[in-house]
Design a binder for this molecule. Structure first.
Ligand code: URP
Ligand code: ZN
Ligand code: ZN
Length: 456
């Protein structure tokens, strides 16, 4: 063996037990009560949890949005991810108008390959569903991108219902899965125009322009469309109780609908938009933050199994970039940093506060995303799996601050929040890439993962 992690508490979606974990050739080769090998490097994990690395299935590195580009590129973003115990991300290849899907994927891979310290995959964003583009779908799926994101809003990306239906049909035929950004575009346009005409231009009106019922309506519509053609559906970044009700109703009808939420929707509320001096702009993301009632409904949804995944929707912009929307909230680039803080937030605010169990945390952060996004050797700790491992110190206390975090922003939505429990060592395919606050990885190590079909 090359590496033995000794005396730790192994945590998977199903079990928690004391064991040593042996690694060779990038894989887990043994899990047993006691492992010895004089040749192996030993990491002592006494008092620590040894968990599968986080799979963050919702990350936007270097995303062009609203006349600017999200501030983390593939190097800085994957490095920050590694500090947060993340060992795989799934980013997006969003098609430009006129482009083929194959070219969109190749363009994105050219940005990422050789610049990532952890493994990555790509969801495909279809924005221009010409006939020949629809014909590409089976090949895109068989070439390792079996999941898609369709935007029901945003002027630059939106697709209509007919297009959404045809893509769900086509994708389902080939065993893939469509995910949606579910908000009603026309209603947002109507409400936005009214707010601006009334001179309501501050960040707080972003939330007013995109109410929860607008998300719930689009969620319901997408579920009904998928149901009509016998398709599966994934809801990205679900934020509120009303949209969750639609998922619950769909699942109770037997519909294979899966949904993700994000730490910001579990922990923050629309009151953040009132932060003075344009501070509310930090939290401008879509869909927007909601209420404390919604926060708790989402925790319950995670507990009860109606929400299967937590992703970060990491899409950081600096305050300078956010200022593009001074005087007009519609011009504030949408998104916030988060890839590095998902695990400590979920542990400290979720597990320690009794909202979800430790095993459920591993399930929603690793095991379920591995299944739903077609990553067969990732997302758990078992012999034969990739040695993507995070060693987590449940006693380590950290006060979160952008200055100590590694994401390319000059703020954190959680600035000053004290968390208990923090990742201390991150291992990607057997290689230690973060250890005791030091980055030891390199940007040629991470690989594009050609994903398989989603498993349910
Ligand atoms: O505001 C957000 N969520 N920005 C990233 C793009 C998206 O819709 O996921
Ligand atoms: Zn979205
Ligand atoms: Zn997103």
């Amino acid at each position: 063996m090359e590496l033995i992690i000794k005396n730790g508490t192994v945590v998977t979606a199903k079990e928690t037990y004391l064991a040593d974990v042996g690694v060779a050739g990038g894989k887990i080769v043994a899990i047993a009560e006691k492992l010895e090998d004089p040749e192996a490097r030993v990491i002592d994990a006494t008092g620590k949890y040894v968990m599968p690395g986080i799979i963050d299935g919702h990350v936007h590195l270097a995303l062009p949005f609203g006349g600017t580009v999200s501030a983390d590129d593939f190097s800085s973003g994957t490095k920050a991810a590694a500090f947060g115990g993340v060992t795989t991300i799934v980013d997006f290849a969003i098609q430009m108008k006129g482009e083929s899907l194959a070219d969109a994927i190749a363009r994105r891979r050219a940005e990422a390959d050789g610049k990532v310290c952890i493994d990555y995959g790509l969801h495909v964003g279809i924005t221009d569903a010409r006939e020949e583009v629809l014909r590409e779908i089976p090949e895109v799926i068989s070439n390792g991108c079996p999941t898609f994101k369709l935007f029901m809003t945003y002027d630059a990306f939106v697709v209509d219902d007919g297009t959404l239906l045809s893509i769900i049909e086509k994708t389902t035929d080939s065993g893939g899965m469509v995910g949606v950004h579910a908000e009603n575009h026309k209603i947002i346009g109507y409400l936005t125009a009214r707010l601006l005409s009334e001179g309501k231009t501050a960040p707080q009106y972003h939330a007013v322009s995109r109410p929860d019922w607008c998300e719930a309506e689009a969620t319901s519509r997408a579920i009904r469309l998928a149901e009509a053609v016998g398709g599966k559906l994934y809801i990205f970044h679900l934020t509120c109780s009303r949209a969750l009700d639609e998922v619950v109703a769909g699942r109770e009808r037997g519909m294979p609908v899966y949904a993700e939420t994000c730490p910001q929707y579990l922990l923050l509320t629309a009151d953040c938009y009132l932060e003075p001096d344009f501070g509310g702009a930090k939290y401008v993301m879509s869909p927007p933050l909601r209420t404390a009632f919604d926060n708790e409904a989402l925790w319950k949804g995670l507990r009860d199994g109606y929400l299967q995944v937590v992703g970060s929707d990491h899409c950081p912009f600096t305050m300078e970039q956010k200022k593009l929307g001074l005087g007009d909230f519609t011009k504030i680039p949408n998104g916030a940093p988060g890839v590095e803080t998902t695990l400590p937030l979920l542990y400290s605010e979720g597990v320690l506060k009794g909202r979800i169990s430790l095993n459920r945390m591993v399930e929603v952060l690793s095991t379920n995303p591995a299944c739903l996004f077609g990553l067969p050797n990732k997302g758990s700790l078992a012999v034969g799996y990739d040695a993507d491992i995070v060693i987590f110190d449940p006693d380590k206390e950290v006060v979160l601050s952008y200055q100590d975090l590694h994401m390319c922003t000059d703020y954190s939505p959680y600035e000053g929040l004290r968390v208990k429990g923090y990742p201390v060592t991150t291992i990607s395919r057997g290689r230690v890439i973060v250890e005791n606050g030091i980055f030891t990885g390199d940007f040629t190590h991470g690989r594009f993962v050609a994903r398989r079909l989603p498993q349910f």
